[in-house]
Design a protein. Sequence first.
Length: 106
Amino acid sequence: MIVAFIPLEELWDDHGTFGTRERHLKATEIRGLLKAGPMRFVEAEIGAALRWTEQAGCFALWRSVQDHIADPEGFSLDDFADGRALVASQWAGRDGERLILFEVHH
């Protein structure tokens, strides 16, 4: 499936749709969640399939996106050097899986 709009109302993978958004996150909150235990990241960009990152790759992805985390209450793309912002949110996945969704804006 291709992302048709954001914000997403559900997540999906090869096994179907699932997930519940628990809350939006700021960069400092994501750092705390990463220290607390295993996470899995997913990126959503209009016109593309969801991009899933396994737990082993989360720290590398985090290092590359941490300066792009936007305030979900409002932001300007002009505030980001490359005009790319990410709105982050925590989701409950299947069987207690901890997920962070990055919704891409550009």
